[in-house]
Design a protein around this ligand. Structure first.
Ligand code: M6R
Length: 357
């Protein structure tokens, strides 16, 4: 199964362009437009508010999905960590639709919410990689991620698949609601696929970044704003999960409200710049930490780069940058874990699916 790859994680990172192509194909109709089942469109049209429920990496994908659904389709959407939602349910709208995002479809925290909302008679849609999984069987409708089996504990290709499927859900919902859009999602996802390939082909440059920024450190920070903030949360989770480096993701503007106290000489700070609107704000925050000794690694999108940036990702539509920028963080985590001699695919204390609450 592993073929020539030394680990499942690097195999799964490398499979991401293929996963993107598969999703683009699976979600197309005969006319070459994106489609999803009529029953799911009805669920989405009937809802006055969407509640995305998930854990870990799937929760991070949900944060991006909310942006698509609200910005493109105009449907109010909340994203909740399953383990909190179940014991601290917020006020619900009159006609909620619950969307469960789960690679495995077996996460106990998410299932607890599903059981609860089904008892209350609310509709549910599951987005999962595993056909026939518990969350899929128990929800009214399912969307499949088509990422193929994900074996490494650290989720990579499932996250990219979740974001791609959520972008299609949002675009189809927008179309059904008669919203006009300048974005040709089909061709933009094609460009994203090419961009992911180019980052993967450049893995040796990213390995050098690990040598320069993470070889001996005990902690690391990830900053960014809007989409880049959400990707930073995922980058930090990935890094701590397999390298055991204490890592935290922060909204760039929030760092100075306390966390900046932790910056010492040489503390690595990854600063992600893919959104023009907040480019200079995040750069300002990076300068603040650099002035206190931080070792800042700036990852910028082509067109927004400045001299001294450590890595440039190819230009794609600003809403879709998480699909590309996350690959840089996945590779950074992989090499950081590898250089520390850790078990990349089976990190300590963790299981692939968390089936206890
Ligand atoms: O199977 P799920 O997507 O429901 O799993 C949720 C989390 O346990 C999972 O994403 C976890 O955070 C990953 N190991 C992160 O890489």
């Amino acid at each position: 199964e592993l073929g020539t790859y030394p680990h499942y994680m690097i195999k799964e990172i490398n499979e991401q362009p293929q996963v993107m192509r598969k999703i683009i194909k699976e979600y197309q109709d005969d006319n070459g437009d994106f489609k999803i089942d009529d029953a799911i469109i009805k669920q989405l049209n009937d809802a006055d508010r969407l509640y995305i429920i998930a854990a870990g990496t799937s929760y991070h994908a949900g944060l991006i999905g909310k942006e698509y659904i609200e910005k493109w389709a105009g449907v109010p959407t909340e994203v909740h960590v399953a383990s909190e939602f179940v014991y601290n349910t917020p006020l619900l709208s009159e006609k909620p639709l619950f969307i469960f995002i789960s690679q495995s479809g077996e996460t106990a925290d998410s299932r607890a919410v599903l059981v609860d909302i089904k008892e209350k008679g609310y509709p549910a849609l599951t987005i999962t990689n595993v056909v026939g999984s518990t969350l899929s069987r128990e929800a009214d409708q399912t969307l499949i991620l088509h990422a193929g089996p994900e074996i490494a504990v650290a989720s990579t290709k499932a996250y990219v698949a979740q974001i791609a499927v959520l972008s299609i859900v949002a675009a189809v919902t927008a179309r059904e609601l008669g919203k006009k859009s300048d974005l040709n999602l089909m061709s933009e996802l094609g460009k994203v696929t090419t961009a992911i390939t180019s980052v993967i082909d450049d893995a040796s440059t990213i390995e050098e970044i690990v040598k320069n920024f993470l070889e001996t450190t005990r902690n690391a920070f990830f900053i960014g704003r809007t989409m880049d903030y959400y990707v930073g949360l995922e980058g930090a989770l990935k890094l701590k999960e397999i390298s055991y480096i204490q890592a935290e993701g922060f909204a760039g503007g929030e760092l100075k409200h306390g966390t900046i106290a932790l910056i010492e000489d040489g503390t690595p700070v990854f600063s992600l710049i893919t959104q023009e609107k907040v480019n200079l704000n995040t750069r300002g925050n990076a300068q603040e930490v650099a002035a206190r000794g931080a070792n800042v690694c700036t990852i910028a999108m082509e067109g927004l780069e400045q001299e001294g940036d450590s890595y440039i990702i190819p230009r794609v539509d600003e809403m879709l940058t998480p699909l590309v920028s996350v690959v840089v963080y996945q590779l950074i985590s992989y090499y950081a874990a590898l250089h520390r001699g850790n078990d990349v695919d089976k990190p300590r204390n963790l299981a692939k699916s968390v089936t206890v609450e």
